[in-house]
Design a protein around this ligand. Structure first.
Ligand code: ADP
Ligand code: MG
Length: 726
């Protein structure tokens, strides 16, 4: 019998790079060619309509019906000129990923006639059959239907034959059923709060932006090998598999030459991304074999999140063309680096002032320290909530493992900023430095350029990196809109508190500068326990973090409790990002998702044990037994014992491991069946406490069998094949 695994390996090895679609001329020639951007609007919309739509985009002004009609008509014409025949409202349900329902532009008109129809109504609002998207009970409580509504701040685009309109997804009573709605609300809250605080620094009516630059990590696996792994197909991660003797210990993959086939894939992906106006910039190998990263230039957060989601789906699609599967799971391989999505976040003004960048003057530096202190205080007060925003079944394999960030949120500032804060803690009053020069802030110069690679702490989940914070705990498959809405919300809340306190000082007679200086100092003093520059992987840190009052919970179903804590409800309500009802509904969805994910893994591994591994192990054992029987027939007892002793051991090993594996497989099925009776948090906790340890236990036996059984018989591609063949 030919082992199909070898055929798959053969197919994979023989694959030659598929040449990428040749880009038509320079990047600028096709960049954004499939986006309904300003250039397209100039061609397809009247000046009056354009003025209205710009106002909507920039200032969130409501678009009246007649304008929407004009926009829809222009958009349709533009899309049809690019070959579109369909349109869709594209939204971000709580299942993760994106959803879309395609409708044709064509409406039948009389006999045999049709007219291309896409009205203002259809642009602005649609009613997808929403009942199959999770809502955490929201639609039951309120209204059965949900609808999608156009988000004009993210431009429409064309993919294949479809005009895609980015939308929010809400219930008829206005509750958010998606990730985009709270993100937009959080942006409104944080930009308003920021611009109010900026007034203390003489900047009035600033157009504040919340920025995001994501770094997407992923694995590529040859599709023919992927197709042989039921666990990868069903749960996007290997549930079993003995480590490869070589994996990442040589550290030869990071920044190594990109393999030819992978490079063709990347070029193709970039071509697609550029046409959609996604400013992808960096591509490189990651730490693990077959792991890669793609990062764009940062953008306004709502657009950046849409672009990330688009890239994630493009990656999957383009990978297929090149005979790869793109794996976005946080931990596809045990013992090998997992994938994250570092989220580089900052606040700034549209005219280029970075609020997380040190300035040229002491005044600018006070502004810098003010925003830094407020971010740190927000993260300190809400560290559990921030952690809850990135806690998922898949990400739990990264958090707390000795890679990426630990399951405790802390912040790294680097030497220079830490020193500046130390200095701030010791300043009291403004120092008068001569009548003309005014006051000295008593703060010394902070070098403008802090981006210094030697001063980086790779273990920090929320690190300051020169002009931004890098939130590294976010998982590779996540909709990063979720953690970013939390981040924006907590910072907005904190800035509001800060403003109240400063105003109080001013009302009590302090000068604005003195009030700001004092309040910033106190804000930092109250937040400084979040700053940690040491090794986040160490056990001492866990104990120390607990002393500092940081959330050290490590079970995902319990971590997300912080999402509905009194503190979270207060922050979300005050900033109008999510109501208590919406928060609670979201946690219901998350517990359910957690349970489902683990259940799929449990049932898959039990099938693997029963149908793939145990039969093969038995077959190999029978070969050994056959051999032993023959030895026994041929040799005298004493010699036989000597000759067969190893094989007799293996036979026992196989029996022990198969019978244990079988027992656990039964147990996994029984546990899943019994948990069917419970729901919500209780069910998720059951999966976490009772099922996850069994998943780990069964794996040990199955992996032991992989090491014993003849390689020729082993039915599943091994780590060394999955990780090194491309
Ligand atoms: P590294 O791997 O060193 O962390 P990368 O260059 O891969 O850095 O990614 C850094 C990301 O941070 C990019 O998306 C970049 O555009 C983004 N970025 C840079 N400055 C800012 C900023 N002020 N605010 C938000 N994101 C930023
Ligand atoms: Mg990074």
């Amino acid at each position: 019998m030919v082992n199909s695994r070898f055929k798959a390996v053969d197919d994979a090895v023989r694959k030659t790079p598929v040449a990428a679609v040749p880009p038509a001329g320079e990047t600028s020639g096709y960049y954004g060619s499939k986006v309904f951007n300003r250039e397209a609007m100039r061609k397809y919309l009247s000046e009056a309509t354009r003025r209205k739509i710009y106002e909507t985009i920039e200032r969130g002004a409501t678009l009246d019906k007649s304008v929407a009609e004009h926009v829809a008509a222009g958009m349709k014409r533009w899309a049809m000129d690019l070959g579109a025949t369909h349109y869709t409202h594209w939204f971000q349900p709580l299942t993760g990923g994106t959803a879309e329902k395609h409708d044709s532009f064509t409406d039948p008109r009389g006999r045999g006639a049709a007219v291309e129809n896409f009205s203002g109504d259809l642009l602005c609002q649609q009613e997808p059959d929403a009942s199959s998207f999770p809502s955490g009970g929201l639609r039951n409580t309120f209204e059965a239907r949900g609808y999608t509504a156009w988000d004009p701040s993210s431009p429409a685009f064309v993919v294949d034959d479809t005009l895609v309109v980015p939308t929010v997804f809400i219930s008829y009573t206005g509750e958010a059923l998606d990730y985009k709605t709270p993100l937009l609300r959080s942006v409104a809250a944080v930009t308003k709060a920021t611009s109010e605080v900026l007034e203390y620094f003489g900047i009035k009516g600033a157009d504040v932006q919340s920025y995001l630059g994501w770094e997407q990590e992923y694995f590529l696996i040859d599709s023919s090998l992927h197709a042989q792994r039921p666990d990868l197909i069903l749960s996007e991660r290997t549930l079993i598999g003995h480590g490869s003797s070589k994996n990442q210990q040589l550290e030869d993959h990071y920044f190594g030459a990109i393999p030819a086939r992978v490079l063709e894939f990347m070029k193709d992906l970039e071509f697609e991304a550029y046409q959609l106006g996604i400013p992808v910039k960096t591509r490189h190998n990651e730490v693990a074999p077959n792991q890669f990263e793609l990062a764009p230039v940062y953008e306004e957060v709502n657009l950046a999140v849409d672009h990330n989601l688009l890239v994630m789906s493009l990656m999957k699609k383009v990978a297929e063309r090149h005979g790869f599967k793109a794996i976005l799971h946080e931990k596809p391989f045990a013992g090998v680096n997992g994938s994250g999505k570092h989220c580089n976040w900052s606040l700034g003004t549209a005219d280029g002032i970075g609020l997380m960048s040190p300035g040229k003057t002491p005044e600018d530096n006070l502004r810098f320290l003010t925003f830094m202190a407020n971010v740190l205080k927000a993260v300190y007060d809400n560290n559990g909530l921030l952690k809850a925003s990135i806690a998922t079944a898949a990400n739990s394999h990264r958090l707390g493992a000795n890679e990426a960030p630990p399951a405790i949120i802390s912040s790294f500032l680097g030497k220079q900023v830490s020193a500046a804060f130390e200095e701030l803690l010791n300043t009291k009053d403004l120092v008068k430095i001569g009548a003309k020069k005014g006051y000295s802030l008593g703060i010394s110069q902070i070098p403008e350029l802090l981006v210094d690679n030697t001063d980086r702490n790779r273990t920090s989940p929320f690190a300051f990196t020169g002009n931004r914070f890098e939130f590294r705990a976010v998982g590779s498959s996540a909709n990063c809109g979720a953690p970013l809405s939390v981040l924006n919300a907590i910072v907005a809340y904190q800035l509001k508190q800060y403003k109240k306190a400063v105003d109080k000082r001013i009302a009590a007679g302090a000068s604005v500068q003195q009030a700001v200086l004092d309040e910033t100092r106190e804000t930092f003093r109250a937040a400084k326990e979040i700053v940690f520059d040491g090794n986040g992987y160490s056990d001492e840190w866990k104990a120390e973090a607990k002393r500092r009052g940081l959330d050290v919970e490590s079970s995902v179903p319990a971590m997300i409790d912080s999402f509905t804590s009194a503190q979270s409800i207060k922050v979300h309500k005050d900033t109008k990002v999510l109501t208590e009802v919406e928060l609670k509904a979201r946690n219901e969805v998350r517990w359910e998702e957690y349970s489902k994910k683990i259940e799929i893994e449990a049932r898959t591994v039990s099938d693997l044990a029963y149908n793939h591994i145990i039969p093969v192990a038995a077959r190999y054992q029978s070969l050994l037994l056959d051999n032993v029987t023959k030895l026994k027939a041929l040799y005298p007892e004493k010699e036989f014992k000597q000759l067969a002793s190893d094989e007799l051991e293996w036979i026992k090993d196989i029996s022990r491991n198969t019978s244990e594996a079988k027992k656990i497989a039964d147990k996994l099925d029984d546990l899943c069946d019994s948990l069917e009776g419970s729901e919500g948090r209780k069910k998720a906790v059951g999966y976490h406490d009772r099922v996850v340890p069994q998943l780990e236990a069964i794996r040990r036996h199955l992996d032991a069998l992989e090491m014993i059984v003849d390689d020729q018989m082993w039915p599943l591609p091994k780590y060394r094949e999955l990780l090194f063949i491309r």
